[in-house]
Design a protein around this ligand. Structure first.
Ligand SMILES: Cc1ncc(COP(=O)(O)O)c(C=O)c1O
Length: 384
């Protein structure tokens, strides 16, 4: 009996337990996890501190609504703003990435009274109505989601943007810190700085979607911090709870909090905040941002030495590499024969690596050896 509404292509394997970067399946096999379940596992599977914090909170209080005081929310907001360097910003807590973007777009529009938004080619911002409208994938959009308020501008291209923003009717520009699903594309610092200036010049808010690229993944707390700019609104989720669903919106002091304007039943719940705090504890104590930077640099250089690889892109532990053939068969081979999870992307020639931030050098070496071995299988190197 299977009454699930099947919308996901599934691998035929069933993880039952995990620690660090290792996953075990029901049949007793061990897998190296270099994908973290779509970049969600930040501090590693089953970290003892994470488990202790959540277990203690579970025994104390699981949930009460957002109509009461929550010291956990306050602590999370304080720690998050301090660690990310956005000390004068405020935090609105939600449950997922799409919900974070939905609230960011809404807040921008409430604040400047405008309704148009600019997003970029290759973008993915989630599957709720507003987030989908700024996602560059018409296949995901139902007729009810069709609207004409969004302009999709070419990625990483400043030309033409001033003309669009100079009408002063664009509420926000939304951009990923590093594009993830499109196959890992890093915006240039020049482009980001010019984008910042244009937004300032025309009263348009700049929203940074750091849902995949944030939370230390690139070696800095947010990927856009490599470019020297600040955003007006930053959205996050994925690594924030290491598997517990929590998201957040970081909001500049220019915005006024209007009671009742935003809201959520589950956002900021006690378990989510506890997970969020445990993640920050571990990131700090184990210096995982430094690990992401140094292991990421090592992994990138190892990939660049493989002749079959045409290009390696990304920062820290958010890497994509492109081959001259479609990578579906290679990914499946890595999973089933080498027992290593890697990610695909919307580019059929590109694989993504988004491992837990605690991945170590010997795990990277194991992957590189397995990849080199797999690339000797000629039947994998064809376009299918
Ligand atoms: C950059 C980016 N934004 C938004 C989302 C949507 O997040 P969620 O699936 O938590 O709604 C994703 C998910 O993959 C993402 O990668």
């Amino acid at each position: 009996m299977d009454q699930l509404f099947h919308v996901y292509p599934l691998f035929d394997l069933t993880p039952v337990s995990a620690t660090g970067c290792e996953l075990a399946t029901a049949d007793g096999s061990q897998y190296l996890d270099l994908y973290g379940g779509h970049a969600v596992i930040s501090v590693g599977h089953s970290h003892p501190h994470y488990i202790n914090c959540l277990t203690r909170q579970l025994e104390q209080l699981v949930f009460y609504s957002n109509s009461v005081q929550s010291p956990l929310q306050k602590e999370l907001a304080h720690r998050l703003t301090a660690y990310s360097g956005y000390t004068d910003y405020k935090v609105f807590l939600v449950n997922s990435g799409a919900e974070a973007n939905e609230n960011a777009l809404k807040l921008a529009s409430f604040s400047n009274g405008r309704s148009k938004v600019v997003a970029f080619s290759g973008s993915f911002h989630g599957r709720t109505a507003g987030a989908l409208a700024v996602t560059d994938n018409p296949k995901l959009r139902a007729p009810i989601n069709t609207q004409d308020q969004v302009l999709i501008h070419p990625w990483n291209q400043i030309e033409g943007l001033e003309q669009v923003l100079s009408n002063r009717d664009v509420s926000a520009v939304i951009i990923e810190g590093i594009q993830g699903i499109s196959g890992i594309h890093v915006p240039s610092p020049d482009f980001m700085q010019q984008l910042r200036d244009l937004c300032d010049g025309y009263g348009t808010y700049l929203i940074l979607d750091e849902i995949q690229s944030g939370y230390g993944r690139t070696g800095k707390f947010f990927a856009h911090q490599h470019t020297g700019i600040k955003a007006d609104i930053i959205t996050m989720a994925k690594g924030m709870g290491n598997g517990f669903p929590i998201g957040g919106v970081l909001i500049s002091p220019d915005f006024e909090a209007v009671p009742g304007q935003l809201g959520t039943t589950f956002g900021g719940n006690h378990l989510g905040c506890t997970a969020g705090l445990a993640v920050l504890d571990i990131l700090e104590r184990e210096k995982l941002l430094d690990n992401a930077a140094s292991i990421g640099t090592y992994l990138k250089s190892q990939l660049q030495d493989i002749t079959e690889i045409k290009e390696v892109r990304g920062e820290g532990l958010m890497l994509g590499f492109t081959l001259s053939f479609k990578v579906k068969a290679l990914r499946e081979h890595l999973l089933h024969k080498e027992k290593i999870f890697v990610g695909s992307s919307s580019d059929p020639y590109t694989l993504r690596l988004l491992p837990p931030l605690c991945v170590n050098r010997s795990q990277v070496d194991l992957f590189i050896e397995s990849l080199k071995k797999s690339l000797k299988h000629e039947e994998l190197l064809i376009n299918k």
